[in-house]
Design a protein around this ligand. Structure first.
Ligand code: SF4
Length: 369
């Protein structure tokens, strides 16, 4: 394969995996600075208490539900009724009868709720700057071209995609159910080409899932996309953390740039299998509870360590890369969450035709758990 490979290109899985080290998987959109008020001690305790009180008051007055992703700042996680990963929040939001749902996450998540909402509900997002570098890699035109070339093909899109991409997909999945969705699709459509997008590292994981099922990966196509935060958790970060904490277990999110290297090290015996778990954001909680090790190296966005430490206080969590911080998630602050509920902004709506098409893969994602 001599053709220049660009971010967002769709390639056969073997070519895509071979191209990972050669393609610039940096963010295709601007990464905003983290607002001062989202930094530790960015607002005073007095303001924090006032904002929390006001948010709770609006929650009651407006019959509202606040949802927070695990990568949000602790202040937001503390004020939310539910905190968790994308699938969990999509489930909680779509089950709710609240009149207003404000979701502190990145924008493809409130978009899911705007598709699944009941007619009386209003979906809000605290900040319109909460984008996602991974979702930005997925170009609908390239997916349409692939579908033209592969008319019997099945498109599985990761939850980190905007609604235009979900509308072109047959299935969606999150990291928590990616393996189950891939297994389901591979069995249901044994003769169809499969396209998994947009994360090439998770695509590597998809290829492994097919191999474990005894299937050839020749039918699999991947998109050259990545999350710049997870992509920057490199093999040397894990190696360095292991040197400092030799007895620690390791929990690796399969979106990470260290996923394939960790899998290879497990295969060669360099890292004992019993010390490594490839887990979704939410799967890390069960892993932390069950693994006997007291220290756990966490290879994912560092925000996940706050809820992990609260849920499993007997364990110590060590970030593989302490700089793995998602500036998009941190655009949501206690202040703009409060303003969102006060001023009923920013309402997230979806074109009805796109919503109709996107609903099918989203419902499949929520069913296959
Ligand atoms: S951590 Fe990565 S995948 Fe998650 S929202 Fe941020 S940029 Fe997107």
């Amino acid at each position: 394969m001599n053709k220049l490979v660009l971010p967002g290109d769709i390639l056969r899985a073997r070519d895509a995996i071979a191209a990972i080290p050669k393609v610039d998987l940096g963010p295709p959109i601007e990464v905003p600075p983290i607002p001062e008020e989202a930094k530790p001690n960015g607002i005073t305790d007095e303001e924090k208490q006032w904002l929390t009180r006001e948010i709770n008051r609006y929650v009651k007055e407006r019959n509202a539900l606040v949802l927070s992703h695990n990568y949000e700042i602790p202040d937001i996680q503390d004020v939310a009724k539910y905190k968790g990963d994308s699938i969990f929040l999509a489930q909680k939001g779509s089950e709710s009868d609240a009149d207003v749902i404000v979701e502190a996450a990145v924008l493809f998540m409130p978009q899911i709720l705007a598709v699944m909402k009941k007619p009386h509900q209003i979906i809000l997002a605290p900040s319109l700057n909460a984008l996602c570098s991974l979702a930005a890699h997925a170009d609908p035109n390239k997916i349409m071209d692939w579908k033209k070339d592969n008319p019997t093909g099945i498109v599985i899109s990761y939850v980190n995609t905007y609604i235009e991409v979900k509308a072109l997909s047959n299935y969606c999945c999150g990291s928590a159910n990616a393996a189950k969705v891939i297994e389901h699709v591979a069995k249901t459509y044994p003769d169809s080409p499969l396209l998994f997008l947009p994360d090439v590292h998770l695509g590597f994981f998809a290829a492994k899932t097919l191999e474990e099922m005894g299937q050839s990966i020749d039918r699999l196509w991947l998109m050259m996309g990545a999350c710049h935060v997870h992509n920057d958790i490199r093999p040397y970060h894990v190696d360095n953390a292991r040197k400092q904490h030799p007895n620690a277990a390791i929990a690796v999110h399969p979106e990470c740039g260290c996923t394939s290297s960790c899998m290879r090290q497990v295969q060669t015996g360099e890292i004992p299998l019993k010390l490594v778990g490839f887990r979704s954001t939410s799967g890390m909680f069960k892993y932390a509870e069950e693994i006997p090790q007291k220290e756990i190296i966490i290879a994912t966005e560092v925000g996940n360590i706050y809820p992990l430490s609260k849920a499993v206080p007997s364990k110590t969590f060590i970030p593989a890369n302490p700089d793995a911080v998602c500036a998009y998630m941190k655009q949501n602050t206690l202040r703009n969450l409060y303003e969102s509920l006060r001023d009923m902004k920013y309402e997230i709506t979806v074109d009805p035709e796109l919503a109709k098409q996107a609903r099918v893969p989203i419902e499949r994602m929520l069913r296959i758990v």
